[in-house]
Design a binder for this molecule. Structure first.
Ligand code: GLN
Length: 231
């Protein structure tokens, strides 16, 4: 699928529940225009949309209640690329082991909570050659495992008996959370996939040393109404 025509709106982050500010903070650090999306009309002009991690049952209900599911699928058909992180990847999967799938837009099977409880969350540092020449820090929080990828899906990261990152030409799925690490490499990778030009190309370091785990709390509140002149 070609990058979306007239996509001047940068990359949106679905703003219903989950790690929204963290993704917006990473987009800003990567030099990519980002904005929160809460309404169908806000899909207009987006080159890509990030569906953040959070809780997939909650997210899917909110998507349905606000009628965003149909709008999202329609915008995707018009060329809006998608990146699902963790719960976002669960929403995008065509098959959800033991459960009903949600959006069903990428031919993968996911197994929710396959590592166990929240206490079985973990960090690791792994090479993902398609995304960066340097090893990247990854954070898995009550993550799913991708247990099957269909014929049209490329594996970006295979771990111990499961897939942790995969893509088609128009959808990226990661079961981990780059937005909760200092790495900007995945946000840059997705921006390039969306056809956006990054001024520093591939030469920017994949890790932002100024990031820490509370950075997103200090970031400006993206998309909050700005005071009007004279008010
Ligand atoms: N366990 C969550 C779910 O099944 C996903 C967790 C996450 O997004 N970090 O929806």
């Amino acid at each position: 699928m070609e990058p979306r025509r007239n996509a001047t709106g940068g990359i949106g982050v679905l703003d219903l529940q989950g790690g929204v500010q963290e993704h917006l903070d990473h987009l800003q650090r990567a030099g990519v225009a980002g904005r929160p999306v809460r309404d169908v009309a806000e899909f207009a002009g987006l080159a890509g949309l990030i569906i953040p991690g959070g809780e997939s049952t909650c997210l899917s209900r909110l998507l349905r209640i606000f009628g965003l599911d149909r709008g999202l699928i329609a915008a995707h058909r018009e060329g809006m690329k998608l990146w699902g992180t963790c719960a976002g990847a669960i929403l995008l999967a065509a098959e959800n082991v033991g459960e009903t799938p949600h959006l069903g837009l990428i031919d993968i099977a996911v197994h929710r909570n396959a590592f166990g409880s929240q206490l079985d969350s973990f960090h690791c540092t792994v090479q993902v050659p398609a995304v960066s020449a340097m090893p990247l820090p990854l954070t898995f929080i009550r993550a799913p495992k991708i247990t099957r990828v269909g014929p049209g899906v490329r594996v970006l990261l295979a771990m111990d008996g499961y897939v942790a990152a995969a893509e088609t030409d128009d959808i990226l799925v990661t079961v981990f959370h780059p937005e909760l690490t200092p790495t900007l490499a995945f946000h840059r990778y997705f921006a390039r996939k969306c056809g956006l030009n990054l001024p520093e190309g591939d030469v920017a370091p994949p890790v932002d040393a100024s990031w820490d785990r509370r950075s997103w709390m200090d970031a400006r509140r993206y998309g909050e109404p700005q005071p009007r002149d004279g008010s």
